[in-house]
Write a protein that binds this ligand. Structure first.
Ligand SMILES: [Zn+2]
Length: 312
């Protein structure tokens, strides 16, 4: 093992955030703000009676808010205090070795118990693993995984959250064009990308209640059925919103790069690049139609270009 890897591996298991209690208990005003912002109208978050009708003791916090309860306060962030000297030391070790760039690769969360208004929440975070040096499309780097554990006031684990980032040495002069980053395929999305390779834009449909959903997932958010099939999208939609990416430049992409959220006429939205249009000419609400980018033999992605015919 290299001397660097020995030093990096010594961080595994070290605590980067000691047990830290959220500044406020779980509370209805923050739940309300979150639910309104996210457009989540599930009544179990704000209506005790509706929650009791589902067998709960009363309203519960959305599971996805878990991280919210222990976020640092604004004043704490602005104080300049380093909340995690161990983490700072780990990043400095990587920086000194030339691994100066970072990209978040994935996060997975597990929820074990629901939180209710009044519950206190604490978090602690450890370095779970640091990988050996890996060659990636972005450059050589180390994957760093941390694990946050959330507990309630009784010390019970209510959830965990894993964060994985790649700390990499940016490739200076690639000999040949890098491949576009691969999607992280799993059993929920593999069939969607397989259909894309056949130039079919499909939308997952709940086989029980018929609701369409995207991104693909294992369970219907409306009726919780795990049965699903797909429908073929018409390919027509509108630009819901977009950004034009200039930096950082990654070799696999052409810049400026338009990244748009497209609202399909079926109602679901997806993120896609745009073709056949200058960034300055893209606007929210623009009618678009499906195009395909055959990126390489293994990867085909839907893209959208300005619609060539008017909607009826
Ligand atoms: Zn359903």
């Amino acid at each position: 093992m290299s001397e660097l890897l020995t030093r990096l591996r010594a961080f595994e298991g070290r605590t980067i955030v000691p047990v830290t209690w959220g500044p406020d208990p779980v509370n209805t005003p923050m739940i309300r703000h979150w639910a309104e912002t996210m457009g989540d109208t599930n009544p179990v978050y704000l209506d005790d009676d509706a929650a009791r009708a589902t067998g709960r003791p009363g309203a519960v916090a959305p599971a996805q808010m878990l991280q919210v309860w222990t976020m640092r306060t604004y004043a704490d962030k602005m104080s300049g205090a380093d909340p995690s000297p161990v983490w700072t030391e780990l990043i400095a070790t990587l920086d000194e070795a030339g691994f100066t760039s970072v990209v978040a690769t994935d996060s997975d969360q597990e929820f074990f118990a629901e939180l209710r208004p009044g519950d206190r929440v604490s978090t602690t975070e450890v370095v779970e693993s640091v990988s050996a040096e890996k060659q990636t499309g972005l450059g050589a780097g180390h994957f760093v995984t941390t694990l946050k554990t959330y507990r309630n006031g009784d010390g019970e684990i209510v959830g965990t959250q894993r964060w994985r980032t790649l700390r990499f040495r940016p490739a200076e002069r690639p000999a040949s064009r890098a491949l576009r980053p691969r999607p992280a395929l799993n059993e929920d999305n593999a069939s969607w990308f397989a259909a894309a390779r056949e130039h079919r834009l499909v939308i997952q449909r709940c086989a029980a209640c018929g609701v369409l959903r995207h991104p693909t997932g294992p369970m219907c958010g409306e009726c919780r059925s795990t049965d699903w099939d797909t429908v073929d999208a018409s390919g027509r939609g509108t630009v819901y919103t977009f950004v034009v990416n200039h930096h950082p430049k990654i070799d696999a992409f052409d810049y400026p790069l338009i990244v748009a959220v497209i609202e399909l006429e079926e109602g679901t939205r997806l993120i896609a690049n745009m073709t056949g249009v200058e960034p300055a000419d893209v606007h929210i609400g623009m009618p678009v139609e499906l195009d395909w980018i055959d990126v390489d033999p293994e990867l085909t992605l839907p893209a959208f270009r300005p619609a060539t015919r008017e909607e009826n």
